[in-house]
Write a protein that binds this ligand. Structure first.
Ligand code: NAP
Length: 316
């Protein structure tokens, strides 16, 4: 079957490690089923995989991709929950494309319990955005960030899949939402979604109770400075670097909580789907690209100019 996969790693030039071609059909395992993929979406995770982050040589070749929506063998339209229990992994779980082949293929195998019914009013494209970026943002805000306890939220890096999701969700929750971006056009676009856009490092009009951090080194000090006493800084990524330098005195004097977060539970995915339906919010999709142009989609993600999600249409 047609797939996009890694056969080697290249930290400096991850796009050079991407191969599009034939891969074997999904393996049949007890309790697993195979989904015919209709749409998938790219995540920064796919670039990390090409760089060799989270993958080992012996796992190659590995089909990339965490997110998919598609059709189960009985004809049900489903969203794929991408977290798989994996006892051999120190985390106890892995994402599709880490230990098991990912979603950037004609078909993907997943445990039966990972199939979530696709709401009928959700398009294939929108459905493929939710399982990783949107689920991560939802858990960061709710379970980890306890966003109910504050009126103001800071999100670092406006353009990202997680960041745009967090912004839309927090705006829909009637929070005051501040978002930073290096890019003036992205600041304009995030403002149009109801957030207040700021340049990186800018002073906020108020301190916030929750910070959504996926950028890391470039923004972490600002996240600390923008935090109100007792704020939760929720970290799920470190795109710009994972070794920030910061002043620990601020952490204890302001009694801040720095919380790690990854993906979310099936219950949180169900809650997210219900929330999106209730508030009538949909993912920000930058572009829907035919799978035949998957290399171009990766180029766009790598360039960093994307606002929201890049979706792949597997029917073309
Ligand atoms: N732990 C988990 O479960 C989980 C789940 C999803 C994502 N993640 C991680 O979260 C991060 C974001 O993922 P994504 O898929 O949303 O990525 P993405 O769509 O590629 O977005 C990248 C983001 O990083 C910002 N950025 C990149 N380099 C930067 C720099 N040097 N300075 C400031 N900002 C920079 C961009 O902000 P601007 O261009 O607007 O400035 C943009 O918001 C990735 O590292 C990913 O691995 C983790």
């Amino acid at each position: 079957m047609r797939a996009a996969f890694a056969t080697r790693f290249d930290d400096a030039n991850p796009l050079s490690a991407l191969v599009v071609g034939e891969q074997p059909e999904p393996e049949q395992r007890d309790g697993w089923t195979t989904v015919e993929v209709r749409s998938s979406s790219l995540n920064h995770h796919d670039l990390w995989s090409l760089r060799g982050v989270g993958l080992r040589e012996q796992q190659l070749p590995m089909i990339l991709g965490c997110d998919a929506a598609g059709v189960a063998p009985g004809g049900e339209e489903v969203v794929v929950y991408p977290v798989v229990t994996t006892p051999s992994d120190p985390r106890g779980y892995s994402l599709l494309s880490e230990h098991f082949p990912g979603t950037l293929a004609e078909r993907v195998a997943v445990p039966v319990e990972n199939l979530v019914p696709k709401p009928a009013d959700l398009s294939w494209e929108d459905a493929a955005c939710l399982p990783t970026a949107w689920l991560t943002a939802y858990r960061m805000l709710t379970t980890k960030g306890r966003v109910d306890e504050t009126d103001a939220v800071l999100i670092q890096g406006a353009g990202g899949g997680v960041a745009t999701a967090a912004a839309l969700i927090a705006v829909a929750m009637d929070k005051r939402v501040y978002v930073t971006s290096r890019d003036a056009k992205k600041r304009e676009r995030i403002s149009a979604l109801g957030a207040t856009a700021l340049e990186p490092g800018a002073r906020l009009p108020e301190r916030v109770g929750v910070v959504i951090e996926t950028v890391g080194e470039a923004t972490f000090e600002h996240s600390l400075k923008a935090s109100a006493p007792g704020a939760r800084i929720v970290v799920s990524g470190a795109t710009s670097g994972h070794l920030p330098k910061f002043d620990l005195r601020r952490v204890y004097a302001m009694q801040l909580e720095i919380l790690g977060s990854s993906m979310g539970t099936p219950g949180e995915l169900a809650a997210l789907l219900a929330f999106c339906a209730d508030k009538a919010i949909r993912p920000v999709v930058d572009e829907v690209i035919g799978f035949s142009e998957v290399e171009r989609a990766f180029e766009r993600l790598h360039e960093g100019g994307v606002f929201g999600k890049l979706v792949l249409d597997h029917t073309r």
